[in-house]
Design a protein around this ligand. Structure first.
Ligand SMILES: Nc1ncnc2c1ncn2[C@@H]1O[C@H](COP(=O)(O)OP(=O)(O)OP(=O)(O)O)[C@@H](O)[C@H]1O
Length: 271
């Protein structure tokens, strides 16, 4: 099956000469749940902004669903690739949460009934019934993040990109986000998450792309990536805390979650 997103020799140079991407080749497949990690300025946001056409390659190609993004508008690509910004304040322009959630369905010409169904679905999924009449800018940061993600899900894009989704989220918000990601995966969507939150990355994604200085340093499953201290060091990344603890006390495994860790030691105690 062809990848849902593919880049070949993707180079992006901003006006002023910053070469933010220096030849990126990646294939993202249908139903992947991928994290893109790397230190600030490594090119993560620049990369994903090519997936919905907010940026166009300086050199190389990007294809979405088999079609070259060259000449395609952001609104055309956004129907397939929804993008929740790092800062939710940059995403809102309506007076109420409800109106904000209806922007996508209206833009994409959903029927009234379908728009209403989508609205009800995401409101239920993301537990935001109580804030529908509020102004998005008056919400606490967790709710703003959740609404920004909800507003993407109302038009059911195949690919959902979330830029730092856990940044500023409280525990309830993290649980809602985790459940939402699980459901998107179950429903066959592709999820791409940019994150500095290695605990969340390790527990919730099955593939990690490590970036440094505009290039992909490594692209593999979580277990493989979080074993490679040399690669992580180059990208200025610390493994998840539970992985670090596990490495310190046990050499025969790699732990990506507290559950992994507890199960391992329970088994050792009972055998
Ligand atoms: N609009 C812009 N104009 C000029 N340079 C830019 C612009 N946006 C980003 N850059 C530069 O491009 C490089 C990559 O930035 P990018 O935002 O893609 O990195 P990032 O890995 O997403 O960082 P962060 O984790 O801080 O979001 C950096 O050197 C950044 O300063």
């Amino acid at each position: 099956m062809e990848p849902v997103i593919q880049t070949r020799n993707l180079v992006h140079e901003y006006k002023g000469g910053v070469r933010a991407l220096k030849g990126v080749d990646i294939d993202i497949h249908h139903n992947d749940v991928v994290s893109i990690i790397g230190q600030n300025g490594s090119g993560k946001t620049t990369l994903v902004r090519h997936f919905n056409g907010l940026l166009k390659p300086t050199e190389g190609t990007v294809t979405v669903d088999g079609e070259d993004t060259e000449g395609k508008s952001v609104s055309f690509l956004s129907k397939k690739v929804g993008y929740a910004f790092q800062n939710p304040n940059h995403q809102f322009f309506c007076e109420t949460v409800k109106d904000e959630l209806l922007v996508g369905p209206k833009n994409f010409k959903f029927s009234e009934t379908e728009a209403q169904e989508k609205l009800e679905y995401v409101v239920d999924l993301l537990e935001i019934e109580d804030i529908l009449t509020k102004h998005p800018m008056t919400l606490d940061y967790t709710r703003k993040k959740i609404v920004s993600i909800a507003s993407i899900l109302t038009f059911s894009p195949k690919v959902v990109i979330m830029d730092e989704p856990t940044g500023g989220l409280d525990e309830d918000g993290r649980k809602i986000l985790k459940n939402t990601m699980d459901l998107l995966h179950e429903q066959g969507n592709t999820v791409i998450m940019i994150s500095h939150d290695m605990d969340f990355v390790a527990e919730n994604t099955n593939r990690v792309i490590v970036m440094a200085e505009g290039q992909v340093l490594m692209d593999a499953d979580c277990q493989t990536v979080f074993r490679r201290e040399d690669v992580l060091k180059k990208a200025w990344i610390e493994p998840p805390q539970i992985t670090q603890l596990g490495n310190a006390v046990c050499k025969d495994g790699i732990f990506l979650s507290v559950n992994d860790f507890v199960t391992h030691f329970k088994n050792r105690i009972t055998t």
